[in-house]
Write a protein that binds this ligand. Structure first.
Ligand code: PAF
Length: 304
């Protein structure tokens, strides 16, 4: 695996069909599955590792975001990555840019409403990476369903010649959706399982024939301790618009806070001419590589 310190350097290493996995590092099996998928489908797989300050509305959240480049490089090399791009912050957003990208509607709701500036920060960073690296394909996990919907629309609207590939959400063995932030949960780890428990209960209701959005949203709300839930909302997978009935491609997206850590998760429902299916993601059958590391800046008590 080669290292690139700028996008120009990375572009010079491109060859054939280029697959890009944009990340903020501290890899887990969700990231690694995107890298492996790209490596199996593309001639060159590039991973960007950049903790994008534009998408952190809370400086304390940015400060505690786990970082371990050495560990990330080892994991990425083993996953078949060809080029690891760690851009110099000066090339990215050391200074706040005067130009920003926002995707109206998709970027305003849910995460956009609860984390002002977050979705625009993601859209601006992804646009910059796509412009600088010009990948043929870009791989995103379905755990960030709203991000996936937003990036797909951004690519369509701005005409990037990049195919956006959505990949399965990966869960830890106990159901918690994998996120680099899970290492920060500390004493809240057990309580945080309530979010996936609620979503999995919603998927069970759906498979038993429930088609009311309010009913599946209620299943998530009921699973959570008082005050923990930010939102549980059924919305269209492409535009993230709220729905009343579970028809077509619907994402039941949810976010909750446990101590100082906020996590998101979702399940996906499809109802079409061929029938009905719930996509809960895939499960790890072993402890995540997340726990092999001691993240710099992690608060073992999760703020408790
Ligand atoms: O999903 C992430 O890690 C980030 O939002 C991304 C896509 C790398 C943009 O900074």
């Amino acid at each position: 695996m080669k290292l690139a310190g700028s996008m120009a350097e990375a572009r010079a290493m491109a060859q054939g069909r280029v697959g890009l996995v944009p990340t903020m590092g501290f890899f887990h099996e969700g990231h690694l599955s995107l890298m492996e998928r790209s490596a199996s489908e593309c001639d060159r797989t590039m991973v960007t590792l950049y903790v994008n300050p534009l998408q952190f509305e809370d400086p304390a959240d940015l400060a505690r975001y786990p970082v371990d480049h050495e560990r990330d490089l080892e994991l990425a090399a083993a996953a078949g990555v060809d080029v690891m791009v760690i851009p110099d912050p000066a090339e990215m957003f050391l200074e706040a840019p005067l130009t920003g990208v926002s995707v109206a509607g998709i970027g305003d709701r849910l995460e956009g409403a609860y984390r002002p500036g977050h979705m625009d920060g993601v859209a601006t960073a992804v646009t910059k990476l796509f412009a600088g690296l010009q990948p043929d394909r870009a791989y995103f996990g379905r755990k960030d369903a709203q991000q996936l919907a937003m990036v797909s629309r951004l690519v369509h609207d701005l005409g990037f010649p990049t195919e956006v590939v959505g990949c399965p959400l990966v869960r830890e063995a106990d159901g918690l959706a994998l996120s680099s932030r899970n290492v920060l949960l500390g004493a809240y780890r057990e309580e945080a399982r309530a979010l996936s428990r609620g979503l999995l209960e919603a998927a069970r209701l759906f498979e038993d024939g429930e088609r009311s959005a309010a009913a599946v949203e209620g299943a998530v709300r009921n699973a959570l301790p008082p005050g923990a839930l930010d939102y549980a909302e059924a919305c269209t997978a492409a535009a993230m618009e709220p729905v009343d009935r579970l028809e077509g491609e619907v994402v039941l997206a949810a976010a909750a806070r446990f101590g100082a850590v906020r996590i998101i998760d979702n399940v996906r429902f499809t109802v079409d001419g061929r029938g009905a299916a719930a996509d809960r993601g895939v499960w790890l059958d072993r402890p995540s590589v997340l726990y092999d590391a001691d993240p710099a800046g992690a608060d073992p008590a999760g703020g408790r």
